[in-house]
Design a protein around this ligand. Structure first.
Ligand SMILES: O=C(O)CCC(=O)C(=O)O
Length: 282
């Protein structure tokens, strides 16, 4: 296990430098306790509802008939509470995420991973596994918002510092010998480069879930992980501020992302409710 790793900071220059050097950086006190509690409460309520309704998405171990895999993912969070909107407008986006991916970066997905006791380590991977090798540039990155304390024991994310500069994917996804664990108090956030090798750590505790909110970001010409235009309910979209809509891809970028009719000459924001050009329906 290597010892060299970034320290939590609130200094944007330090954070950008850590991201460039190590492939990740740690934002101290990114959320205050009130924000953590409100986001966490909505998330855990949603997760419990999905489990009770038999639609929970699980991973992190063997899936048996009577024993579901321990970890739980919750997807499409922008449609599941305004609590999740705020993090997409947090200063970390302009200061750190845009530093890596450019100012037109868009949200690729907003999901959660609750790593529960018994969860096994996730195979190491890069978050841009669809890019051909040699991998020369970051096209995506992730922000992990810690909604509980993260420790090496409770599933703190495994990260291989500096692996974003190796220009390839892990040779053995189950070789964790170079990993450090993402550790820190609730309210901290970690931005990690899409090329960096990482995965959910094992949760060896009894009764301590690790609760993480993941904002996956992409350059504006990459297909989003969640198809926001299709996955969000019209009433959710109607309630969103324009700045948020632009950050989730409701915007024409260059010649990409158009609808017909195109937005007004003076705007690049698309209106998914606009009447379409075409054959009149019967
Ligand atoms: O939950 C984590 O710690 C990391 C999750 C992850 O690597 C992924 O979803 O690709």
């Amino acid at each position: 296990m290597t010892e060299r790793k970034p320290l939590p900071s609130t200094d944007w220059d330090r954070l950008r430098a850590d991201l460039d050097e190590f492939g990740f950086c740690l934002i101290a006190d990114a959320l205050d306790m009130r924000e953590v509690e409100s986001i966490r409460a909505r998330l855990l309520d949603q997760a419990a509802g999905e489990a009770a309704g038999g639609v929970a998405i699980r991973d992190g171990g063997e899936i048996g008939v009577d024993t579901p895999a321990p970890n739980q993912r919750v997807l499409n969070l922008l449609d599941k509470g305004e609590e999740f909107w705020r993090v997409l407008l947090h200063p970390v986006v302009d200061e750190v995420v845009c530093h890596l991916l450019g100012e037109n970066v868009i949200s690729s997905s907003v999901t959660a991973n609750i790593a529960n006791p018994g969860g096994e380590p996730m195979p190491l991977h890069s978050d841009q596994g669809y890019v051909d090798v040699p991998i020369e540039d970051a096209v995506v990155c992730n922000t992990m918002w810690m909604l509980s304390d993260f420790t090496a024991e409770n599933g703190g994310t495994y990260l291989v510092p500096g692996s974003h500069h190796r220009n390839r994917y892990p040779d053995d996804p189950m070789d964790f010998s170079e990993c450090i664990s993402l550790e820190g108090p609730r309210g901290m956030a970690c931005v990690f480069d899409g090329r960096v090798w990482h995965g959910t750590g094992p949760n060896r505790t009894v009764g301590h879930s690790r609760v993480g909110l993941l904002n996956y970001w992409c350059r504006p010409w990459v297909h989003q992980q969640e198809n926001m235009v299709a996955s969000l309910r019209p009433e959710t979209v109607a309630a969103m501020p324009e700045r948020l809509l632009r950050r989730i891809g409701f915007e024409v970028y260059g010649t990409l992302g158009n609808i017909d009719p195109q937005p007004n000459r003076d705007s690049t924001l698309i209106d998914p409710r606009a009447a379409r050009v075409g054959r009149r329906s019967a």
